[in-house]
Write a protein that binds this ligand. Structure first.
Ligand code: WT7
Length: 656
């Protein structure tokens, strides 16, 4: 965040009460009601979560124990049996929602499709049967590398229906990045498409899969199931690659949902961390089912009449929880959009809200800032009166963007919920409950019931009111990650290194900085570790550095985030070259493209700065804080006495 943003957040004192009509009809109607629920959730977590699990979900078999906490490993609803696909589909076939629209899909060149709950159920059963026929069994992993088409949702639901574990890889990741994830997950099947539309061009996802699997690069993969979307000519490898539309023809529409143990793995989703390769965040069936369901219900105040549009991609946790599982579990109508705003169609989001009478809209601050730049005319020319609630996610929202969203998109009538959470948390953790909690522009407000959040110093001691510190969570919650796939050591060391000095208990370390104000409201300040957030996309500096040094010209690389108006942060890479290579514009271009090849377009550095040396401590550690200041064009601040060679800074400053 820029200094100006931080200052405006520090000075922000506006308070917006939930509109009275909204509160009256809301699931949680007042601050007192929230406080009562919250107090109970903390005093008696097992009673609280147990009652909710019983009321809100269908179970094939009830659990014996609500929570088993063997720090830092938690189990929830131990002994219970359920299936999230049953909760998202089957139960709505008999509760009056059979012919209700479950999914509305808008495709890029103007295509659209809708599915009722009965239709979606049928499709999911068919794909589940195809997967079974291909030999897929409970516990096997499936890579899903898809554009935003209904079959992405169908594939996810089909996997979880038979107990297969999906790992969705965002289609913007490169073949290299896809391969790395498929190898780690030891995927048996990959589901993809012949292409997908993205900003007026076709993304060749199948070709990327071919590249990832080339030369037996992922030996575990036996088959690739391909959905026809764009009619692109694609290279199908005989026997390995199969068309979904062909196999579907003979697939039965009857496939009972497999009763899963609560603690069976539901899915793996890779995300970036401070060190090493992306880690496979493991979520399990029972806890995630409940947490995605109840956060959708209370934070988005979902009712039967709601049409919810979350603009994320299904490749991210936001898409998992708030396009697919949360909305469908609640029996709502969910909207899925293949496209994105672009110069040829800058008003497409507002067209879609108008066309489908969307009631709940959930997007990221970077998108809001882009819309602000485009002006008020575009949204004002559309009828947005169907909207009743607006959400924000992915990065801190600056008060100016919050106010614009509230005024221009929400017509000052819709509460704005700024939801703080992570891939690891499964669902939103700090957020207004819109009928109950007054909002302040730029604050995620208060923790969700059952979540004990705090701001502490490095030793784990709570910091004072309005003091900056580390955002931590004190107790386990149902939606929390259970592990890092095949790497429990990393699970421990990344999240649970800290023990509270107060009570000797483990604290979950989020990696974010925050402060808590006089009303207990949380203000998230962004990452405090070596993770950067570019347009709401999370990237490890080390991943980008490894990508750079894998290029023959690069000797060493150090990557930092630099504040940027629209994207929040952008990537700046400091690079030293191998002998015989010299800085040039061509090399800059080549290195940027190389990072895109290695990771994907979201990781493309905005700037590459060549230097003879990097600022290091005597023990050889790169001092990133110095580079951050330099990248932002600021004076280098702080103690420089640990630097091995201070002249490096002079040199970097002079831009050589
Ligand atoms: C990181 C998690 C789960 C949401 C999508 C991103 C940042 C997320 C907010 C918010 C300030 C936010 C944090 C967090 N973040 N939401 N409302 N305000 N920061 O999931 O890729 O796992 O990234 O996104 O830094 O740690 P993710």
């Amino acid at each position: 965040m820029s200094q100006a943003t931080i200052e405006s957040i520090l000075q922000e004192e506006r308070l917006f009460q939930p509109p009275a009509e909204f509160s009256q009809a809301a699931h949680i109607k007042s601050l007192e009601e929230y406080q009562r629920i919250y107090a109970k959730s903390v005093a008696e977590p097992e009673v609280f979560w147990g009652e909710l699990a019983e009321q809100e979900l269908h179970w094939f078999q009830k659990w014996d124990k609500v929570r088993d906490w063997q720090p830092p490993f938690a189990q929830w609803f131990v002994g219970g049996k359920l299936n999230i696909s049953y909760n998202c589909l089957d139960r709505h076939l008999t509760n009056g929602r059979r012919d209700k629209t479950a999914l509305i899909w808008e495709g890029e060149p103007g295509d659209s499709r809708t599915f009722t709950y009965a239709e979606l159920h049928q499709e999911v059963c068919q794909m589940a049967n195809v997967l079974k026929k291909l030999g897929l069994e409970k516990g096997d992993r499936v890579g899903i590398y898809m554009p935003m088409i209904p079959e992405a949702a169908i594939a996810m639901l089909a996997c979880v229906r038979i107990g297969a574990i999906h790992t969705v890889v965002f289609a913007g990741f490169s073949a290299e990045a896809l391969k790395e994830r498929l190898v780690d997950a030891q995927a048996k099947i990959v589901i993809t498409a012949d292409g997908g539309w993205r900003k007026d061009v076709i993304v060749p996802v199948k070709e990327q899969v071919n590249r990832a699997l080339a030369d037996n690069g992922v030996p575990s993969v036996q088959n690739v199931l391909v959905v026809k979307r764009t009619d692109q000519k694609v290279n199908m490898i005989p026997e390995r690659d199969l068309w979904w539309h062909e196999l579907r023809q003979d697939a039965s529409t009857d496939c009972p949902a497999e009763p899963m143990d609560s603690e069976d793995t539901l899915f793996i989703l890779y995300t970036s961390g401070t060190t090493g390769k992306p880690k496979g965040v493991v979520h399990t069936v029972g806890g995630y089912s409940l947490y995605s369901h109840i956060t959708t219900k209370w934070i988005f105040d979902v009712k039967d009449s709601d049409i919810l549009w979350c603009t994320a991609d299904v490749g991210w946790i936001t898409g998992h929880s708030y396009i697919i599982y949360g909305p469908l579990s609640n029996g709502a109508t969910t909207v899925m959009y293949e496209g994105a705003p672009r110069s040829s169609n800058p008003g497409c989001f507002w067209d879609l809200i108008q066309k489908y009478r969307v009631t709940i809209f959930y997007t990221a601050p970077t998108a809001i800032r882009t819309f602000m730049k485009m002006g008020e005319e575009l949204p004002k020319a559309r009828d947005l009166s169907s909207l009743r609630l607006l959400g924000s996610v992915g990065e801190p929202i600056n008060p100016t963007a919050w106010m614009w969203y509230y005024r221009v998109i929400g017509g000052k009538r819709c509460p704005v919920t700024d939801t703080w959470w992570q891939t690891e948390t499964g669902g939103a953790m700090i957020s207004p409950l819109p009928g109950a909690i007054p909002t302040k522009p730029g604050s995620a407000t208060l923790p969700f019931p059952g979540i004990v959040a705090d701001v502490v110093d490095l030793n784990g001691n709570p910091v004072g009111e309005n003091q900056g510190g580390y955002l931590v969570i004190h107790n386990p919650w149902p939606g929390m990650l259970r592990n890092v796939y095949r790497n429990p050591d990393r699970y421990r060391s990344t999240y649970w290194e800290h023990i509270s000095p107060k009570d000797g208990k483990y604290i979950y370390f989020t990696g974010d900085g925050a402060r808590k104000d006089q009303d207990g409201y949380f203000w998230i300040m962004g990452r405090v570790d070596d993770v950067i957030n570019v347009a709401g996309h999370r990237l490890g500096t080390m991943e980008v550095e490894s990508a750079l040094v894998s290029h023959q010209a690069v000797s060493e690389a150090a990557v930092v985030g630099r504040p940027e108006e629209i994207k929040g942060e952008e990537i700046v890479a400091f690079v030293t070259l191998e002998e015989g290579y010299f800085p040039s514009e061509e090399l800059t271009k080549e290195l940027k493209n190389h990072v895109v090849q290695e990771i994907g377009v979201i990781a493309r550095p905005s700037a590459i700065r060549f230097t003879d040396a990097l600022p290091k401590t005597r023990s050889g550690k790169i001092v990133r804080r110095v580079l951050r200041d330099l990248a932002a064009g600021k004076e280098v601040a702080g103690d420089l006495s640990t630097l091995e060679d201070r002249s490096v800074i002079e040199q970097l400053r002079s831009g050589t």
